[in-house]
Design a protein around this ligand. Structure first.
Ligand code: NIG
Ligand code: FE
Length: 406
């Protein structure tokens, strides 16, 4: 799609500090959904592209469209009762051990049809869109059978038919041991690697494979079996690692060149070094940290020191992060993790793009990049992390197509 935006103050997120400083007003030329020219503002610009649809940004800030690189946005039911139990003192782990937690959402999701999963997902997606998203990663993991995992992935991908949005999908069959395999986690992993992963790869239902590597999830050997199967089937790797304890899942993910290691509150220096060397993104999920009232902070200073790119995700899910708002995520990252607003913005743009393996086309406003943009009613990009319910998104552009946001 062709489009010209004039009088735009770019926050390009290109490397280096200048990518965060709003540019002087300029024009963005988009041809066939790709940014082809960034031009200093001058009267002749519009004459050259007279046939293109035109938006006068009136000096508004234009950022890359936000990317949420970690969500569990497709699910049925909710876990408000467990929230109440946790407020009474029960832990997330103990709820999981008594058959609640992930497995309670599995029960609700298994009985839902693809259509009802889509209907339930759309308002959540709309909320993420309002917070600036043009790309969202969505994981399965509440089906835990071939049929139900495939159903979740199909529902997730088909959201692209309902909204202007880019969806990437991740198979998270290794999210919890389902009730039918109680006391046989190895048996379930065998089913995941021999049946679910080959089917999902063959039918191109997912871009990546994820594992919940944790005492209430899967151990290192089980995690490695899943990573190996992902590699064998040409799928990228992600990990829920070091969320509640330090098992070494992040280092294992680094060994397998994972795109990202996510959560990582309990990651130690050796783990940070491992992902620094493998080029794995650290995806921070402050919503889950906040909602679980976690006190162990992720090793932000070590990540900075070793120049590990930090992405931010909403982790939108019914159990640990029921928040469909990436602006809230940015605010939490600054207040709880002490990220700077610049780091937070990189976390939902260029670094989030890297976390989904699309850093060459998404996450920056630059010539040759896909024209996914967000146009904001703010004076400075720090306001995106600073305030909520103010400094609204005015327009969004997905693949060169403009949409007003109400
Ligand atoms: O990212 N940690 C595991 N998975 C999700 C929680 C899923 C759930 O509790 O439903 C997370 O926190
Ligand atoms: Fe998660």
């Amino acid at each position: 799609m062709n489009l010209i935006l004039t009088n735009a103050k770019l926050v390009s997120m290109v490397d280096g500090t200048s990518g965060y400083d709003p540019s002087n007003p300029c024009s963005i030329v988009i041809e066939n959904g790709v940014i082809t020219h960034l031009l200093p503002e001058c009267a002749t610009t519009l004459d050259t592209y007279v046939s293109f649809p035109h938006l006068d940004c009136k000096g508004a800030i234009v950022t890359p469209g936000f990317i949420d690189p970690h969500t569990h946005l497709v699910f049925a039911g909710n876990r408000a009762e467990e929230f109440e139990a946790r407020l009474q003192g029960e832990s997330y782990e103990s709820i999981a051990q008594r058959g609640g937690g992930i497995n309670s959402t599995v029960q609700a999701t298994r009985t839902a049809s693809v259509e009802s999963l889509i209907t339930l997902a759309l308002p959540r997606l709309d909320s993420l869109i309002k917070s600036g998203c043009t790309s969202v990663e969505i994981k399965s993991g509440y089906g835990l059978t071939l049929e139900d995992e495939a159903k979740m992935l199909v529902a997730a991908k088909s959201l692209e038919q309902h909204r202007r949005i880019r969806i990437t999908t991740t198979l998270l069959a290794a999210h919890a041991v389902p009730v039918e395999f109680r006391n046989d986690a190895d048996g379930y992993i065998e089913y995941v690697v021999s049946t679910i992963i080959p089917y999902v790869a063959e039918h191109k239902l997912a871009d990546a494979v994820d594992v919940f590597c944790e005492s209430i999830g899967f151990n290192l050997q089980q995690t490695e079996r899943v990573f190996k199967a992902a590699v064998d089937h040409g799928l990228a790797i992600k990990g829920h690692t070091e969320q509640l304890s330090n098992l070494g899942g992040t280092q294992l993910a680094a060994q397998y060149q994972a795109l990202s290691a996510d959560h990582i509150e309990y990651l130690d220096e050796a783990g940070v070094l491992a992902i620094a060397q493998s080029g794995t993104v650290a995806t921070l999920l402050p919503g889950a940290f906040y909602f679980l009232r976690e006190t162990q902070l992720p090793p932000i200073q070590a990540l900075r020191l070793h120049k590990v790119p930090m992405a931010l995700g909403s982790d939108l899910n019914p159990g640990t992060s029921p928040f469909a708002d990436l602006r809230l995520t940015m605010n939490m990252a600054c207040t709880l993790f002490r990220l700077t607003p610049e780091e937070a913005l990189r976390g939902v743009t260029c670094h989030a793009a890297q976390a989904i393996g699309q850093q060459d086309t998404l996450g920056k406003v630059a010539v040759g990049y896909t024209a996914d943009l967000a146009i904001w009613d703010i004076a400075h990009p720090s306001e995106l992390s600073y305030q909520l319910g103010m400094g609204e998104l005015k327009h969004r552009v997905v693949n060169g197509v403009i949409e007003d946001v109400h």
